[in-house]
Design a protein. Structure first.
Length: 343
């Protein structure tokens, strides 16, 4: 797409020099200019800076859509609080105002784990602003993260999983879709963001594998069980033809759609999973991650190698996967206490 350079409001740059500037460096300079343009005191200046930061997380850091949504919620909440305090620029924000925001969250009933996550988002954002020279200092450095004890993952036992997977009405189009989603979550242990980003072409039914794009857009190959493959096959039979007006190749279409040609979004999948888990369990947390936790816990309970489970889950560090060994140990201790006469 061609466009006259005179119509682009950018600083004058020596064109010969641009060829020696890396693409990443150029994007960073362009990002900094956008931030500086947003800095004057206007009603929406801080929101513009937040939007630019979110674009940076998506393009430069390859953050997942779920993480970006969490950061957006936290930072826009901060912006609203600062405005109520009479602060209209991030440059004017100081450690006392940030502490006051954290205090307001505590008053609203947010738990320590949520507060810790919001402080982490705040530190990352202000570090970015400092690096982009939008602020002179970093007031977020003085914030103290509350200590959060390690929480064992919530999971369903194998009997509950069996009942869960039997619930969807597999004679209807919606029921076939729901069954395929639940079966795939439990069969592979993939994340919510990974499931919704799957395309039809990512599934290799004859080989029994699926190509997953994980955190940081890193790809990995994950085996898919026979029952999940059968459920997906039945579901795909329902969407075998392209809707009128859709020209993209079938393999590039979303695997799971909420309507024809529209990729399912996280909230829709979350509601779907909560509905079904609620029918088989009273656990407090009913998110898709429960099925991921169930996958890992059941694999280890049946003797799977910890490093193999790490690769299947797409974890960077083995220590992240080791939390499931604690779950298995806790289960074994309960079995011992329930069964041993001298326990």
């Amino acid at each position: 797409m061609s466009m006259s350079l005179q119509n682009i409001h950018r600083p004058k740059v020596n064109i010969l020099f641009v060829h020696h500037v890396s693409r990443k460096s150029f994007r960073q300079k362009w990002s900094r200019q956008r931030l500086e343009e947003a800095q004057p005191r206007t009603d929406k200046a801080m929101e513009k800076i937040v939007r630019t930061y979110l674009e940076y997380l998506e393009i430069e850091r390859n953050y997942s859509s779920h993480t970006i949504l969490s950061y957006e919620t936290d930072l826009l909440n901060l912006v609203q609080f600062l405005r109520r305090e009479g602060i209209d620029t991030f440059h004017s924000a100081h450690k006392e105002s940030l502490r006051a925001w954290i205090g307001s969250l505590i008053d609203e009933g947010f738990g320590q784990r949520s507060i810790a996550r919001k402080i982490a988002a705040l530190r990352s954002f202000f570090k970015y602003l400092r690096r982009q020279k939008i602020i002179d200092g970093n007031p977020a450095l003085v914030l103290i993260t509350p200590k959060v004890g390690k929480r064992l993952p919530s999971f369903l036992d194998e009997d509950s999983i069996e009942r869960l997977l039997s619930i969807p009405e597999r004679t209807t189009k919606e029921g076939k879709r729901d069954a395929a989603i639940l079966e795939l979550f439990y069969s592979t242990g993939i994340r919510l963001s990974e499931l919704i980003n799957l395309n039809i072409g990512d599934l290799k039914q004859e080989e029994g594998i699926i190509k997953v794009r994980g955190k940081g857009r890193k790809e990995r190959i994950v085996p898919v069980g026979r029952k999940a493959l059968a459920a997906i096959h039945e579901y795909l039979q329902e969407k075998n033809t392209l809707p009128v007006g859709i020209r993209e190749p079938r393999n590039e279409r979303p695997l799971f759609e909420i309507k024809e040609s529209r990729r399912m979004y996280p909230q829709a999948v979350g509601r779907l999973v909560r509905k079904y888990i609620g029918r088989v369990s009273e656990i407090e947390k009913k998110s898709p991650h429960v099925l991921r936790h169930s996958f890992a816990t059941h694999m280890l309970n049946h003797g799977a190698d910890l490093r193999a489970v790490k690769e299947l889950l797409g974890h960077e560090s083995l220590s992240t996967t080791q939390v499931y060994t604690h779950v298995s140990s806790a289960r074994m201790k309960k079995v011992y206490e329930d069964a041993h006469p001298k326990a």
